[in-house]
Design a binder for this molecule. Structure first.
Ligand code: GLN
Length: 287
């Protein structure tokens, strides 16, 4: 069995990931994670035993996938969101750290009645990361979630079971599958907001692997705002008085969405910035 030392393997794997176009800082971290995964090593073992002899062929399939720009989260089948582990497959969008701001807006000072949240709806739930995190943080609230993809809902159900929370999952378009009389204290969504014209600006991990229905606004030639227009039209009628409509938006969409919220009659419309200073969450309250 041809063996190499762990440190040589790490250097070689980092070089190959860098050559595949992955930025160096990420390449090293990801090479570490892939080695841990391939050889079932803890982080401590990886650090403390640089001279350990390993059979490099075990790493090869994992390395080939990542060098082919498959996202690490799909390779591992797992991504952390708000401190919780979520199973992810190519049927669902990979949860992003900036989406955590949406959870903060709902549970923070902009929240209706500071905790009087009875019914929450997450539209386009994907992996279920937002709905499930909110169900964890707001144990007294009834949480509903919709998605147009049955394959995504299967993953979301699995994630809800894993975290021991009940979420009422409904298959269908935006609010269409909900019982007509059901209203909410909070409606959240991280809808597909990338304009199809921006496809060429996306990294291969996103463009070639993540579900296009979760990424792209289907309207050709628009600015990625179709779902916000539909939410502005359809969601306020499902909010209880004092209820909050909060969405994640793409870079540069915050002001246009804030305008849509005001035009829909929502008040206290606010834009929350992400850690990069980009307007990331637009929220508004129903009178
Ligand atoms: N709600 C999920 C998330 O934020 C999926 C969003 C989507 O598919 N557009 O990750």
């Amino acid at each position: 069995m041809p063996t190499v030392t762990l440190s040589a393997l790490l250097t070689d794997a980092t070089t190959r990931l860098t050559a595949a176009g992955i930025p160096t800082a990420e390449a090293r971290t990801e090479a570490r994670v892939l080695i841990q995964h391939a050889f079932s090593l803890t982080r401590e073992q990886l650090i403390l035993r640089p001279d350990a002899e390993l059979d490099a062929t075990f790493l090869e399939p994992w390395l080939l996938r990542r060098a082919g720009r498959e996202p690490l989260a799909y390779i591992l089948g797992e991504r952390e969101f708000y401190g919780l582990g979520f199973r992810v497959t190519p049927a669902v969008l990979i949860p992003r750290p900036e989406t955590e701001h949406l959870v903060e807006v709902v549970t923070g000072p902009l929240a209706p009645d500071h905790g009087g949240i009875h019914a929450v709806l997450d539209i386009g739930t994907g992996s279920g990361c937002i709905a499930i995190t909110l169900a964890k943080l707001l144990p007294d609230a009834e949480v509903w979630a919709t998605d147009i993809s049955e394959a995504a809902l299967e993953i979301a159900r699995e994630n809800a079971a894993r975290h021991g929370v009940h979420v009422e999952f409904c298959l269908g378009d935006l609010l269409a599958p909900l019982p007509p009389e059901q209203c909410f204290t909070v409606i959240v969504s991280n809808p597909p907001y990338i304009a199809p014209s921006e496809t060429s600006t996306l990294e291969p991990e996103v463009r070639d692997f993540e579900p296009h229905t979760a990424l792209f606004d289907p309207a050709l030639g628009g600015e990625g705002l179709s779902f916000y227009r539909r939410l502005a039209r359809e969601a306020p009628a499902r909010l209880l008085p004092g209820g909050l409509l909060a969405v994640e938006v793409g870079q540069g969409q915050d002001k246009a969405v804030a305008r849509l919220w005001r035009d829909a009659g929502l008040v206290d419309v606010a834009i929350t910035l992400d850690l990069a200073g980009i307007g990331r969450v637009v929220s508004g309250t129903k009178l």
